[in-house]
Design a protein around this ligand. Structure first.
Ligand code: TRP
Length: 432
């Protein structure tokens, strides 16, 4: 459940549905499924095998399996990358806190539609509100992680994941009953192979990679807590299955509503924080109660999905400080809270007062996003598959995966196919 929680996040709700529509509907979904099975699953299993073999987080695992080699830099890199992701992810998590609070007072269900749609732009460019919400979001994650792996992360995930599914299923059923929703279903399902360009294929691979939280040691760290008797292959298949299922249901919750309201779908923050409030406002004109309740449930879904991903990013650094630097759990979490809060605060301000501060032409928020999503994750994923495929003993990998007859195929994917595919994604991101 915790691994599913890490995988299910903002990526499923605001990126996947749009990408499916743009990339040729079910044609894109088939490519996505193939990339998950042939590329993401082998990376997932590489990380998981390393983590469970050593029962250590990234840095310790590298020290144990390849002591005194440059592999320790991979250990360090993967301590730092999830913390960078967490810093800007927490800013977005903070926006969902604000939108949940606003929906609790039914603010989206009564009022002028254009004004409600414009709220997002004015909110994120103001300094204090977003900073307070970023602090609150990171604070929630900190409290969960400080409570421990079993009593915090696992407990939170086992309680919230089923609720999250119920919520999103309810939203889907509701959206599908709206008049005009059929166009949204067609948008997601109608196969259109002409839209399946090389760049759509590369984005299917990249999305599957991002969505399964690969390449930054999250899966490795969680797997280090997994008991010997569990089967990693079923864990991997289960996580990938839940993740895809959730993404599809989220797609059927969002896109039919967008089309029923007669607007063009957008990607990213605009879809969740502008288009949907507009829809709630439109609904609110005739059924304010229903619109209010649906908006609360929707932003609650986003918040829970974001928290369950964010705690997995925090745990990687916490595990490092506790295992390698002998920090107490509380001290480790507090130190990381301070660091991520600061970087996140700067990212948050980069939508307003710091909008003119650019790194390589990007604001700090978008620099952190691009650096991690396009490069550090791909780089980390590549090194993990190379490590499991070429550096670890084959018998150890076999012993961890316990995949029976499928091991030969999986090992081939880990050694050759996944690394080659990551290089392709990497180059596509670099040149497109
Ligand atoms: N998978 C998450 C999503 O879809 C994002 C995420 C969670 C993540 N943990 C991660 C991304 C670790 C990279 C690394 O939103």
């Amino acid at each position: 459940m915790a691994m599913a929680g890490s995988a299910i996040g903002l990526g499923n709700i605001w990126r996947f549905p749009y990408m499916v529509g743009q990339g040729g509907g079910s044609a894109f979904i088939i490519v996505y499924l193939l990339s998950t099975l042939l590329i993401s699953l082998p990376i997932f299993l590489s990380e998981a095998a390393i983590g469970r073999k050593t029962h250590k987080s990234t840095f310790g695992a590298m020290q144990r399996l390849a002591p005194g080699t440059p592999w320790r830099w991979l250990g360090l890199l993967t301590v730092i990358s999830p913390l960078i992701i967490l810093s800007y992810y927490s800013v977005v998590g903070g926006w969902s806190v604000e939108f949940l609070l606003k929906s609790l007072t039914f603010s989206f269900s009564s009022g002028d539609e254009a004004q409600i749609m414009g709220f997002f732009g004015s909110f994120i460019s103001s300094p204090w509100g977003p900073l307070a919400c970023h602090t609150a979001f990171l604070g929630i994650c900190t409290l969960i992680v400080v409570a421990g792996v079993k009593k915090g992360i696992e407990k939170f995930s086992t309680w919230t994941m089923p609720v999250l599914f119920l919520l999103v299923v309810f939203l889907m059923v509701y959206a599908l009953t709206l008049p005009g929703s059929k166009a949204g279903v067609d948008y997601l399902l109608k196969p259109d192979f002409s839209k399946l360009t090389a760049s759509a294929v590369a984005s299917a691979m990249g999305q599957s990679f991002f969505s399964l939280s690969l390449g930054v040691g999250t899966i490795l760290t969680y797997a280090s807590y997994v008991h010997e008797k569990e089967n990693l292959l079923t864990t991997g298949l289960g996580t990938a299955g839940f993740d895809l299922l959730f993404a599809l249901i989220a797609g059927f919750a969002v896109m039919p509503a967008v089309f029923a309201a007669g607007i063009e779908p957008a990607a990213g923050p605009g879809l969740v924080f502008e288009t949907l409030p507009y829809i709630f406002a439109k609904m609110g004109a005739s059924t304010p109660w229903l619109s209010g309740v649906v908006s609360i449930l929707f932003f609650l879904t986003i918040l829970v999905a974001a928290v369950s991903s964010a705690i997995s990013m925090l745990e990687v650094g916490v595990a490092y400080l506790v295992e390698e630097k002998n920090f107490s759990r509380t001290k480790a979490v507090c130190v990381l809270f301070a660091g991520c809060w600061l970087l996140g605060a700067l990212c948050s301000l980069s939508f307003g007062p710091l909008a003119n501060v650019k790194i390589l032409g990007e604001t700090l928020f978008s620099f952190c996003d691009k650096l991690t999503s396009n490069f550090l994750m791909a780089f980390g994923g590549l090194l993990f598959t190379l490590f499991a495929g070429w550096r670890m003993k084959k018998a150890d990998v076999r012993g961890e995966l316990r995949a029976g007859k499928a091991f030969g195929l999986l090992y081939f994917l880990i050694r050759y196919i996944a690394p080659a595919a990551i290089i392709v994604i990497f180059l596509t991101n670099l040149f497109l």
